[in-house]
Ligand binder design. Sequence first.
Ligand code: ADP
Length: 653
Amino acid sequence: MAKKTARRKKTGSTSKPNTSAQNTNHKPKADNKSTAEPVGKTPSTKDTTKNSSKQKHPTPSADTTTPNQPTATQNSPVATNSDLETSTESPVVHTAPDETTSIAAATKQSLTPETEEPEPVVSSFSDEQLDHPYEAEPVPEYAPQSEPASVHIEESHVPNIPSMFIMHVTPELAPVAKVGGLGDVVFGLCREMEIRGNHVEIILPKYDSMRYDHIWGLSEVFNDLWVPWYGGAIHCTVFFGFVHGRKCFFIEPHSGDNFFNRGSIYGFSDDVMRFAFFSRAALEFMWKSGKHPDIIHCHDWQTGLLPVMLYEIYQHMGFTHPRVCYTVHNFKHQGVIGAEVLNASGLNRPEYYLDHHRLQDNRNHQAINLMKAGIVYSNFVTTVSPRHAAEAKDHGQGFGLESTLHTHQIKYGGIMNGLDYESWNSEIDPYIPSHYHIDSIDNKYGNKNALRQRLMLTDNEKPIVAFIGRLDPQKGLELISHAIFYTLQQHGQFVLLGSSPDPLINRHFGELKNQLNDNPDCHLEIGYDEELSHLIYAGADMMLVPSRYEPCGLAQLIAMRYGTIPIVREVGGLADSVFDKDYSHRPLNERNGYVFRDYNSEGMESALGRAMACYYQFPEHFRDLMKNAMSYDYSWKNPGQDYLNVYDYVREK
Ligand code: ADP
């Protein structure tokens, strides 16, 4: 039938944080029953016309230096050659729940990049679009590819950590300025740290494109901030407001560069300069306003210069207290730029910084690498899952920063992201019509119906397979395209919600959308829609995440929270959080999804096909899997403790 036409961290604790592998604390447990903050919107009503053929669908029925070892006069964590040779601490790395080894042993792994090409899959993308960051080496099915290097301290080891003042400096914060998972992470981690009795503030740019409807009490608090820039200074105004209870400072520069009034957060030729300025402005604001946080938590390449400026400029001015925790959310984007950024930000001395042990890009020796700067100068470096920490350092996924991670491995580890359990809660989610819990899982299907109505999908017995994410080559675009047709062929429905800043990619999916527009079992929504994403997470039966590489991934965590079965590639945080129903070594009640290893259509089909077969043939098993997934605790509780331990480890005591 015709579908639509236009419609889409102990007092005195000095030992380095242990590092553990799989997040065993995430084992299934009782749901976290929290209450929601008010959010400012009601579900969108667009696309509400429907065509329902009222067919019955079978609801599955049965049930180098040691970090922060300052010299007498300097606190900079920058490693020197001798530091690198004499570093002695060997913190414990738990590579499996009952397996322990030293970090030294853990890091004597080869730096040899993995070279085997993934099997080809049908693709209509250019080589530039389909850069191949991760070419997996064959390993036994479901065997760990490397020793995960995660950061974890059992709560009992650090019973009393005094409260701290933590300042996040970030380019993104959900929901006001969110492009990907980074925004969600800062939003969730901040609340967890406040719940634990810390004082948390956030500094971000004041973008014109922010969701101002999610900022309460926005007001000017500092209107005479002059930020040094290129030998002069740029006048800035600082605003304060609450984002769902988070205390936020927004920096607005007044200059001809018009850094943050451009309609979007990224995508400009001077992006590196824009965020280098933001980093300098954030430090200047802290210094001038008398803020002396214990910890400055920086995120991604955009804030990589901040610890450099802290230790090379502001420390000499007396700003000696803060320590820096730096989190890499995605190694692919590193902020590489010519040496002019040094003059602009007041670092000058290019001969000093353009050094292999400092800021020099590992590939282009004439360029400065902001992410490398963050890794070298921070007191502790984390990435967003234990598996990805190892992949980036030892398995060719560091995008050229592998040697830097090895040099600084003693202050490096992975902490799995958590989910904000207030924002993502099927019991109170304001964007879904039918609330449910693990004990009332049948109500989930009210959302399936609502999703079908909104997207004009046929009401039938078929499972809904969904993809939500940035349409970036990282996400496995060819496999997503292939999965659409495979799902339809296997008698399923497919829903996609995604967009790309790359017009060619959008065009590809736009063409697919046109091609499938009249198919009552398929809907592709090219765009970004937070509210619709909630309905999809709640209404779909399965969530596909076939990433080439995935530092953590939130989609599979959100899906599980909503009882939607994740079908994922065994990589990064996906491998750390999803355990295959048929092949995992975990007990049956800890298996929560489907996993494939090889990046090719056969690999993806093997997992998706098994999921569809289980849905149709063993609905009671599928129901058990949904309950297993919902039982996991992927909240910020455990990662929050891990970050607290890192903060406590590096802070000036
Ligand atoms: P990444 O950080 O690589 O983009 P993650 O899985 O860590 O991927 O986080 C992506 C977040 O952004 C999730 O909360 C996901 O639901 C959301 N998201 C991505 N694309 C869209 C979209 N088009 N519409 C709504 N939400 C989206």
